[in-house]
Ligand binder design. Structure first.
Ligand SMILES: [Zn+2]
Length: 169
């Protein structure tokens, strides 16, 4: 378990070594597919940030709350509903690419998909896959029922980065 704190938000990562059933040879190590930087969570292979804290070239946004969706980025990728929220918050001319839940897009050889987080309308977890390794970033999420958004969808992964806004230290 690795604990990191940056930008006022707490992030936990749990790294697991895939077993034989994971389909990945045991001698392979789980490299840092995502890293914490001064700008936020960064994917070096895909060259994108997830919920950056400062404007960046390519931002993947988990949901429309202000502490997760900074303005001024050169491009945004998010769910369709979050895209509409960002258009209202950041302006209609904001360069936003939307990706429906479950669809996959390739970013510099990484496979990225979005999955419901159950937090607010349009909120999503970000799943990143590269060379067989799968990381998931939860964004804000909740697991109890909420009629305003799709329920949290658990995703299998090797490393899970979870938000811990209100506790869990
Ligand atoms: Zn939120």
């Amino acid at each position: 378990m690795v604990f990191a704190s940056a930008g006022g938000r707490r992030l936990f990562t749990r790294k697991t070594r895939p077993g034989a059933k994971g389909g990945i040879p045991a001698y392979m190590t789980n490299t840092d597919l995502l890293k914490i930087t001064d700008f936020g969570i960064y994917c070096p292979e895909g060259d994108f940030f997830i919920d950056p804290w400062q404007p960046v070239a390519k931002a993947v946004i988990t949901h429309g709350h202000g502490d997760h969706a900074v303005g001024g980025c050169r491009s945004y990728l998010t769910s369709p509903a979050t895209g509409e929220i960002l258009n209202l918050r950041l302006g209609q001319d904001t360069p936003i690419q939307v990706l429906p839940y479950g669809d996959t897009v390739s970013l510099n050889g990484t496979a990225l998909s979005l999955h419901p987080a159950g937090h607010i309308l349009g909120s999503c977890q970000v799943r990143v896959e590269h060379r067989g390794w799968i990381w998931v970033v939860s964004g804000d999420y909740k697991t109890c029922p909420d009629p305003t958004c799709e329920p949290f969808e658990p995703r299998r992964c090797h490393t899970f980065i979870t938000e811990s806004t209100c506790g869990g230290a």
